[in-house]
Design a protein around this ligand. Sequence first.
Ligand SMILES: [Zn+2]
Length: 148
Amino acid sequence: MKAPTPRDPKRSALMSRVRQRGTATELEVAVILRNLGYAYRLNVKSLPGSPDFANRKRKWAIFVNGCFWHHHSGCRQATIPKTNKRFWRDKFLTNRQRDAKAIRTLRSAGFRVAIVWACKAKDDLTLTNRLSKLLESRRIYVPKTIDH
Ligand SMILES: [Zn+2]
């Protein structure tokens, strides 16, 4: 399924902003991982859901999720475009189900998994603490919900 070409210039401006924000978050996570001294691979296509950062040997994976595309629940950036509402609703539902399935599969294979939402990545210190806890923990990290 392909996204319809946005005709509304405001809408396409919003989308490119959303995409850029996702990239900025990825960069932030990359810097944190490097500072913490953790080796990783980017966009690991051989793992379920192609995690943005992962280390197969150490069994951890990090997904950096843009709030719009992954439809972060309760987030103000998780809007539904007014045109083609039904298409977007279906798309977001599919995205969320695919994300959840990938996480379940990784966890059942013994991976520790973190989801970094773009809107929650503003605070470097909190993010650093969270990631270092995840990477140093030998236990399997099980967040209460996917949306935190
Ligand atoms: Zn969000």
